[in-house]
Design a protein around this ligand. Structure first.
Ligand code: PEP
Length: 252
């Protein structure tokens, strides 16, 4: 089954609302001719409204970088699914390694956040990936399997139509160190095998698995050219419209 490439920019804690609108206005012109890939930008919460307005009518979709598992109540600093829906976002990222590292995100909270997003009709990029120590201990596939099984626990085969997996080796995020296409492909294939065991072959073959970790214009073609790599989740190289456009177009 052909899986449509999906390339998303995770802007992390960068850009004001005005800066966000300016880059999206430039980006939407540059990628207007792209039909073979879904393009998503995930700005910081305070820039989402500006992003949705700037992207309206274009092929750039907007997502959030996190979502609360609860609908409302005493959860200081959190943003609920209905609040996000109201802004017009269609995607949300869960389980990013920076959330796991700095904000005590666990597979259980990733699972709860993912379910809240799905229940609200949002599509989700669920991030998984091993640390350098785990790779050196040769437990990469086991770590990814645990994160997949726990992160997707209770999520149905039908709901998997709204899930994208982002495999992001933690040691490659923001470091300039990219997994070689072969290394990444090996882990992507292992992740797809786990999805096959969980959901059967048809669902597993239809789920897109993005690579994330220092992807840029110079390496996107080789990475996305691998059989089981269906796109990218991109940090640094997504912040400048021309760079991100080159990354996207090279990958197609
Ligand atoms: C990310 O934030 O998900 C990421 C992959 O960052 P970078 O592309 O900068 O490594």
């Amino acid at each position: 089954m052909a899986r449509k490439t999906i390339i998303a920019g995770n802007w992390k804690m960068n850009k004001t609302a005005a800066e966000t609108a300016a880059v999206i206005n430039e980006l939407k012109g540059l990628v207007a001719d792209v039909t073979d890939a879904e393009i998503v930008i995930c700005p910081t919460f305070t820039s989402i409204t500006a992003a949705v307005e700037a992207a309206a009518g274009s092929n750039v979709q907007i997502g959030a970088q996190n979502i609360a598992w609860a609908e409302s109540g005493a959860f200081t600093g959190e943003i609920s699914a209905s609040m996000l829906k109201e802004t017009g976002v269609t995607w949300v990222i869960t389980g990013h390694s920076e959330r796991r590292q700095y904000f005590a995100e666990t597979d259980a909270t990733v699972n709860a956040r993912t379910k809240a997003a799905l229940a609200a009709g949002l599509k989700v990029m669920v991030c998984i990936g091993e640390t350098l120590e785990e790779r050196e201990d040769e437990i990469t596939n086991a770590v990814c399997e645990i994160q997949l099984r726990r992160g997707l626990k209770g999520i149905s085969a039908e709901e998997m139509a709204n899930i994208v997996i982002a495999y992001e080796p933690v040691w490659a995020i923001g470091t300039g160190k990219t997994a070689t296409p072969e290394m990444a492909e090996e882990t992507h294939a292992a992740c797809r095998s786990v999805l096959t065991a969980m959901y059967g072959e048809e669902v597993a073959e239809s789920v897109r698995i993005q690579y994330g970790g220092s992807m840029k214009a110079a390496n996107s073609a080789q990475l996305v050219g691998q059989t089981n790599i269906d796109g990218g989740l991109v940090g640094g190289a997504s912040l400048v419209a021309e760079d991100f456009t080159a990354l996207i177009k090279n990958a197609l």
